[in-house]
Design a protein around this ligand. Structure first.
Ligand SMILES: Cc1cc2nc3c(=O)[nH]c(=O)nc-3n(C[C@H](O)[C@H](O)[C@H](O)COP(=O)(O)O)c2cc1C
Length: 381
């Protein structure tokens, strides 16, 4: 199989077939089927919310490349009058710097330095993008999910229901059929904000926000909460997870916040922390996990999956200089997928076959199944 893999790696570096999961199933008897927010997807790799899901052109290109899902850029909720209590997150900033970053453990990875925050155009423009995403989702070409930052009050204050109601209704209208899928972002800049200095306040948000989104939606809604890496210790990270009783999926966890430079960052520090916290989670705490943070190889996908993540959401790996991808043709998404899945040493296929050889994963009905990794994780803890 290794010879086959080397051959596929070479030829798919020139052109990755969109239906590569079918090829993987036929050739290696590996079923890459994964899940995000309860939806089955052909493989685990999706795009995290951010600067790479801002327009229809990006969505169409990702659909052509065979990406499994895309989370749209985070929009800031507003009421009928256009008031946004989280307006500080709707700022405009275009310049991104992709740069190497050395972790506390001494490994050099990649990070994107950027001072911007949420969607900075109108809600109407966002709704047009949601409609384009809905069409791709219905056509079966790409699962597209909107992301929202809703009002988060101080402990003694009420939630601005009007912002929840107005924004969620419009999203449900644009989506058009039940259930509405939505990701709620708790971002690294929020983690570094004075709003998030109070632990009780954060825990209240996590307990109550899903309830407010459900109450605001005219149709049944499935909610993913993308948890921030709060500026507290690992034990608090676990408390945050426990507070998320009423969500359908958890995205673990958004980037770290560098308070000195006032920027979010990723790289190995991020994956080290995320995997450590996922390790400490009680077994089977949450079935709907999606991993995010420094996923730059198939091996790293496996690390998240073995801790229960049924899919992964990447941003940085879709932004590297072209010289960093082994493929020589295709869009960045295609080149990234090619490396993540087919790399003969670090790709997902190689890592799964190696795990099988070591007795860590068994074939069922002759097939290795990606999702079996996550059920084993839930069983074993
Ligand atoms: C430039 C940039 C903008 C981002 N914007 C958002 C955002 O609006 N909403 C959100 O939930 N996550 C946002 N993220 C976080 C990513 O979706 C992702 O979860 C995170 O960067 C970790 O993955 P990575 O290590 O593959 O980059 C952003 C990340 C970057 C680098």
């Amino acid at each position: 199989m290794h010879t086959e893999l080397t051959r596929d790696f070479e030829r798919f570096g020139l052109r990755l077939p969109r239906a590569f999961p079918d090829h993987v199933r036929e050739t290696y008897r590996i079923d890459l089927t994964a899940r995000y927010l309860g939806q089955m997807i052909p493989h685990p790799v999706g795009k995290g919310s951010g600067q790479l899901s801002l327009n229809e052109t990006q969505l169409a290109e990702d659909a052509r490349a065979g990406l499994a899902f895309v989370v749209l850029k985070t929009v800031i909720a507003q009421d009928e009058a256009g008031t946004q209590s989280m307006a500080a997150w709707a700022i405009h900033e275009t310049k991104m710097q992709v740069e190497p970053r050395r972790s506390a453990g001494g490994r050099t990875g990649w990070t994107v330095t950027w001072k911007g925050r949420g969607w900075d155009r109108s809600l109407e423009e966002y709704l047009a993008l949601v409609r384009a995403g809905r069409d791709l989702t219905r056509a079966g070409s790409l699962l597209v999910v909107p992301s929202v930052k809703y009002h988060l009050p101080r402990l003694e204050d009420p939630f601005h229901e009007a912002e929840y109601r107005h924004t969620t209704r419009l999203l449900a209208g644009a989506w058009g059929e039940a259930p509405l899928l939505v990701e709620k972002d708790f971002s690294p800049t929020l983690a570094g904000d004075s709003l998030a200095a109070d632990r009780a306040q954060i825990l209240r948000w996590l307990r109550e926000v899903p309830r407010h989104i459900r109450a605001a939606s005219p149709v049944p809604v499935r909610i993913a909460v993308k948890l921030m890496n709060a500026c507290f210790d690992d034990a608090f990270q676990l408390e945050m997870i426990k507070a998320c009783q009423e969500v359908d999926a958890l995205v673990c966890f958004n980037r770290l916040f560098d308070a000195e430079r006032s920027v979010a960052y990723g790289g190995w520090d991020l994956s080290d922390r995320n995997l450590r916290v996922l390790d400490a989670m009680a077994p089977g705490v949450h079935p709907g996990l999606s991993g995010t943070g420094n996923v730059c190889s198939g091996r790293m996908i496996l690390e998240y999956a073995r801790r229960g993540c049924e899919s992964v959401q990447l941003h940085t790996f879709f932004q590297l200089p072209l010289s960093q991808y082994p493929a020589t043709q295709g869009s960045r998404t295609q080149r990234a997928l090619h490396a993540l899945v087919f790399h003969p040493n670090d790709g997902l296929i190689a890592a799964l076959l190696e795990l099988e050889a070591a007795g860590g994963l068994e074939r069922r009905g002759g097939e290795l199944r990606f999702l079996d990794l996550t059920t084993d994780a839930h069983r074993a803890g």
